[in-house]
Design a protein around this ligand. Structure first.
Ligand code: SF4
Length: 289
């Protein structure tokens, strides 16, 4: 563990002038950070990029988010995937308005009680919005830590190491630096060990079995999308952004031959609170919270 001090110093020295610029990095508004982090949970940066500012324009504060019909938020969400996150954002806004007078709480436990906010997102809000000493472990960070240590790590171990290497008072910069380093240098498939700025601190250095492969937090292969329930649900959600769909047309919209499966999937969207059934047709949920 002794090498982690110099590792942190060297990585900071390398990374501070190389930070990638994203709209969500230009703000310290806790609500905007919360929205961006939920968007980034399961959608890549390229797809979040154009959506983030439009979503924030529609729902600039928790109070404003509560006042917007969910259907309008879902239209803006279209193309991001996993639309339950959009509903979670509005549910979180409702809790923030009801319980915290519209102000995002600056507390790990309180943040984790918000719908759709897990330990990762809660720590990200603390670090990126409030500058608190919270180590954020995403897939990039976990991969770097496992490789530098040269062995596979459990989730708790990884978080403890990340907490231990966090330079106090620099959480915002440090988390961004190590994330960007993982994304651009210590790449999942092709790490640039030959030009790595912290190679002297790394136990693995690209030789032999990659310890990141079996480390917690690191990416697992995604389930097949083609032909999946998620694809069929996504097709219906997309069509619903243009208007209602008759119950009898759902299977066709989902491009499914199996009508029973189509009905089950449509019912699951209703159950998720994303869609409602009105007068024999489905439409995006218009519930005002
Ligand atoms: S030497 Fe290679 S594996 Fe180690 S931190 Fe650098 S890029 Fe990652």
């Amino acid at each position: 563990m002794g090498r982690l001090g110099p590792f942190t110093d060297d990585l900071l020295a390398w990374g501070l002038s190389r930070l990638r610029e994203f709209p969500w990095r230009a703000t310290r508004d806790p609500w905007h950070v919360l929205v961006s982090e939920v968007m980034l949970q399961q959608t890549n940066v390229g797809r979040v990029y154009p959506r983030f500012e439009r979503f924030i324009a529609l729902a600039p504060t928790p109070a404003a988010c509560v006042a917007v019909p969910l259907a309008d938020l879902l239209v803006e969400w279209q193309g991001m995937g996993y639309p339950r996150r959009c509903r979670n954002i509005q549910e979180a806004a409702r809790v923030i308005v009801d319980r915290y007078d519209g102000v995002v709480p600056r507390d790990l436990g309180a943040l984790m009680e918000l719908p759709g906010i897990g330990p990762y997102t809660a720590r990200a809000i603390l670090a990126f919005a409030f500058g608190d000493d919270a180590a954020v472990v995403d897939t990039n960070v976990a991969r770097v830590i496992a490789r530098v240590h040269g062995r596979a790590l459990k989730a708790r171990e990884t978080q403890e190491i990340a907490d231990g290497m966090l330079p106090r008072g620099l959480a915002r910069d440090w988390n961004q630096v190590i994330m960007d380093f993982g994304a651009t240098v210590c790449d999942a498939r092709m790490p640039s060990c030959a030009t790595c700025p912290v190679v002297v601190h790394c136990a693995w250095r690209g030789a032999g079995e990659d310890p990141a492969r079996t480390t917690a937090f690191t990416s697992r292969p995604q389930a097949r999308f083609e032909g999946s329930d998620r694809q069929a649900r996504g097709r219906l959600m997309k069509r619903l952004t243009e208007g209602s769909v008759a119950v009898t047309a759902v299977a066709e919209v989902m491009q499914l031959d199996d009508v029973v499966r189509a009905e089950r999937l449509a019912a699951s969207l209703v159950g998720d609170g994303l869609v409602e059934l009105v007068d024999g047709g489905y439409r995006l949920s218009s519930t005002r919270r």
